[in-house]
Design a protein around this ligand. Structure first.
Ligand SMILES: NC(=O)c1ccc[n+]([C@@H]2O[C@H](COP(=O)([O-])OP(=O)(O)OC[C@H]3O[C@@H](n4cnc5c(N)ncnc54)[C@H](O)[C@@H]3O)[C@@H](O)[C@H]2O)c1
Length: 249
């Protein structure tokens, strides 16, 4: 029920952090994975690691704002399983924090474009290849910031709330094709969270918000993605699952 044997997956932003762990976990569950990132070297490194451990992976350069790269990567992933793509994980993310009075419209647009625009572009590019037999999955990545807000990142909060709206609407629209669309709201020790984990002023406050009282490594987050990708989650669509140690309760 949790096996992904015979399935293909495309993971964005998979050169580091949560995306890299998700790519490895999907491969361990049996999926053939195209590891993509805006940074080619990091994507190749993760794909090489999966292959070295006996999995099947390829890599591709994919800036999620680039429609042509998204179309090429989706076709590449589908080709791994006879032209049908099963799993898309829209994980790529970037931040540009600033308090509201100082946030530039460029940084506002940038974060919206990567998260909401990227999820739109990659999902649309993947759609023509996605399985319509009940195994097609779009798994988006949102954040507590999109659920309960955050300070110093109105761009990111707006973007991640946008991902939730996109997820719910796309779930309704693609249900007729038996494709499920869900979002996870993770929390993990990655490059993205380095400042809030190490900054003197922020670290203690941030830790106090996590009910379990500790940061997870990205590998602890990844199995939830495998669940959503698998047959075990075939009747779940349009949902948002926090995987955040009880930050959002
Ligand atoms: N780490 C957390 O606690 C946390 C919390 C909530 C949500 N998230 C979300 O999880 C996802 C992964 O975050 P992470 O913590 O692993 O971050 P990370 O910085 O470790 O990794 C992000 C990856 O995305 C890539 N990337 C950046 N811009 C890109 C673009 N335009 N196109 C393609 N790839 C691009 C980077 O090169 C990097 O490999 C993001 O969507 C992030 O917003 C993370």
């Amino acid at each position: 029920m949790f096996s992904l044997k015979g399935r293909s997956a495309l993971v964005t932003g998979a050169g580091n952090g949560i995306g890299a762990s998700v790519a490895r976990a999907l491969a361990k569950a049996g999926a053939a994975v195209v590891v993509t990132d805006i940074d080619e070297a990091s994507a190749k490194n993760i794909a090489d690691g999966i292959n070295a451990e006996g999995g099947l992976a390829e890599h591709a350069v994919l800036d999620v704002r680039n429609k042509l790269q998204a179309q090429a990567a989706a076709a590449q992933a589908a080709a791994l399983t006879g032209g049908v793509l099963h799993i898309v994980v829209n994980n790529a993310g970037a931040i540009a924090p600033a308090m509201f009075p100082k946030m530039t419209s460029e940084n506002f647009d940038f974060v919206l474009n990567v998260h909401v625009g990227g999820t739109f572009t990659v999902s649309q590019a993947a759609l023509e290849h996605l399985a319509q037999d009940g195994t097609g999955r779009i798994i988006n990545v949102t954040s507590a910031a999109g659920l309960v807000g955050t300070i110093g990142q109105v761009n990111y909060g707006a973007a991640k709330a946008g991902v939730i709206g996109l997820t719910k609407s796309l779930a309704r629209e693609l249900a007729r094709k038996q494709i499920t669309v869900n979002a996870l709201a993770p929390l993990a020790a990655t490059n993205m969270t380095q400042t809030v984990r190490t900054n003197e002023k922020l670290a203690e406050k941030q830790l106090a918000r996590i009910a379990l009282g500790r940061w997870a490594e990205a590998d602890e987050i990844a199995p939830s993605f495998v669940f959503f990708a698998s047959d075990a989650a075939s009747y779940i669509t349009g949902q948002v699952l926090p995987v955040d140690g009880g930050t959002v309760i």
